[in-house]
Design a protein around this ligand. Structure first.
Ligand code: SAH
Length: 222
């Protein structure tokens, strides 16, 4: 690995650590787990952005990936991942595969990852990219993520990486009791509140607001 690339990765890690610290009051997490930091170092974000954006791949910002969509900001990817509290055998559902970067991060930390993308071209490009990078525990399919992936349920974690107007009921149904749902939900004004929800014994959700975020919209009705 080139020394320059290594240096860019280290500055990204520092930026992510700083963002965790500065948002700790609302997120409740003051620092990324060391294992997560290793994963951020290891997953080649430069392979997930188009060539035109490769100079920015290691900056702590969202970048365009075509079809009007974006690869999320590394801090937000890291935060959402940590909020899921994954274990090595967790089964995770992601809505909004996009570039596949978040899916790769999940695949490094969880047992099985199921990811749904509504834009067919993005879904096939991400699936090919993840396969090329050797991720065997990720399945990608094209579809409307609001319906979830019933055949693979229940999930220990569900992560939605597009802004929803409200929480899609199917995603709650497919979450196991005690499982966690991390989802940006539109506020009345602009952007979304990133919510961390835990499913209770009675099937209801205990919700907590972690951060104000801005995601592209979750399409496909309400
Ligand atoms: N997690 C991605 C970033 C996602 S951007 C990454 O790591 O790169 C949000 C993605 O959600 C876009 O690709 C968009 O096409 C997709 N999306 C929007 N609405 C969706 C829906 N109803 N079902 C599945 N995917 C959806």
């Amino acid at each position: 690995m080139s020394a320059e690339r290594e240096q860019r990765i280290e500055s990204l890690i520092q930026a992510v650590v700083r963002d965790f610290r500065e948002t700790a009051r609302t997120t409740g997490v003051s620092a990324p787990d060391p294992e997560l930091i290793d994963v951020l170092r290891r997953v080649p974000r430069d392979d997930f952005v188009p060539d035109s954006g490769s100079g920015y791949a290691w900056q702590n910002r969202a970048l365009p990936i075509g079809h009007g969509q974006t690869i999320s900001q590394p801090f937000v990817v890291a935060l959402m991942t940590q909020l899921l509290e994954l274990k090595a055998d967790s089964r995770v559902l992601e809505i909004g595969t996009g570039s596949g970067y978040q899916a790769a991060i999940l695949a490094e930390l969880a047992g099985e990852v199921y990811s749904i993308e509504v834009v067919p071209e993005l879904a096939s490009a991400a699936a090919a990219r993840l396969a090329r990078l050797g991720y065997q525990n990720v399945q990608v399919r094209t579809g409307n993520g609001r319906e979830g992936w019933p055949e693979a349920a229940p999930f220990d974690g569900v992560i939605v990486t597009a802004g929803a107007d409200s929480i899609p009921p199917a995603l709650v149904e497919q979450l196991r009791v005690g499982g966690r749902l991390v989802i940006p939900v539109d506020t009345q004004w602009s952007g979304q509140d990133l919510l961390v929800c835990v499913k209770e014994e009675d099937g209801s959700l205990r919700e907590q607001r972690a951060l104000s975020v801005i995601f592209v919209p979750l399409v496909g009705g309400r």
